[in-house]
Design a protein around this ligand. Structure first.
Ligand code: SF4
Ligand code: SF4
Length: 146
């Protein structure tokens, strides 16, 4: 098997365009750990956090917990162009763009760069740092409600 395409690392630096925090309908799925961290960050009880800031998404065979969206599709926590829960933001947000399907191969990475202007810019992430991001998502799978 050949070397993975990010053997020498990949550059990424968010340009704050907000595209991945809004603009189009989408989901920010939460893990148990995300819910605990966000609730603590907002000084709320866990259930109150879910009732106030989340929606239950019916995926057919199961359900998942996602953050609410505003009417314009912005994430409920996007405020004046900034994430108001940045320090405790969900793992899905914190690990972007180092997601498994984006890192499948060089083509997937470059394709993602067509919608994210931060890709191939700024900070160089080492292979080790990239793999740590990948693992942190695998270890914190979104909540599945059967
Ligand atoms: S699309 Fe990329 S550059 Fe724009 S806000 Fe998201 S991560 Fe940052
Ligand atoms: S939680 Fe923050 S980083 Fe994640 S989508 Fe919402 S505004 Fe963006």
């Amino acid at each position: 098997m050949g070397a993975c395409f990010y053997e020498k690392g990949l550059r990424f630096e968010c340009q704050n365009c907000n595209y991945c925090c809004g603009v189009e309908p989408g989901y920010v799925f939460l893990s148990e750990e995300d819910i605990d961290r966000l609730a603590a960050g907002l000084s709320m009880e866990r259930q109150a956090f879910v009732d106030t800031w989340c929606r239950i998404v019916d995926m057919g065979a199961f359900k998942m917990v996602s953050l609410l969206e505003k009417e314009n599709y912005d994430c409920i926590f996007l405020q004046d162009g900034r994430c108001r829960v940045y320090e405790c933001r969900p793992r899905q947000c914190e690990t972007y763009p180092f997601w498994a399907h984006v890192l499948e191969d060089r083509e997937s990475w470059e394709r993602e760069g067509q919608s994210c202007p931060g890709i191939n810019k700024g900070k160089l992430y080492t292979k080790k740092e990239i793999e740590a991001k990948l693992s942190s998502r695998v270890e914190n799978n979104p909540v599945i409600i059967m």
